[in-house]
Design a binder for this molecule. Structure first.
Ligand SMILES: [Zn+2]
Length: 91
């Protein structure tokens, strides 16, 4: 019996918070085998963490695709606002 963790209800069980804390290590394959099993067991029963994991994975994939984070173009100032700023300036 090589198992170090015995998973029963209410016992050795990673919480959603713990799972999220170790998500990075999990995806990088840095998680110890026994912990990874706990992770996967949690994911089998927790759809919300599965969804979180998927979106996290997607974020990483997108980040790796473009070396630089996507820049958000500053939207042009509405003409009305420009006029209001100009009007407020002392002459
Ligand atoms: Zn969860």
């Amino acid at each position: 019996m090589g198992r170090r963790f015995v998973v029963r209800d209410g016992e050795t069980w990673v919480t959603c918070e713990e799972l999220i804390d170790f998500l990075h290590e999990y995806l990088d394959g840095e998680l110890a085998e026994d912990r990874r099993r706990l992770f996967e067991r949690h994911l089998e029963r927790c759809p919300s963490c599965v969804a979180y994991l998927e979106s996290y994975r997607l974020t990483i994939a997108l980040a790796r695709e473009s070396a630089a984070p996507a820049e958000i173009e500053p939207s042009e100032l509405p003409e009305e606002l420009v006029q209001a700023i100009l009007a407020a300036r002392p002459a």
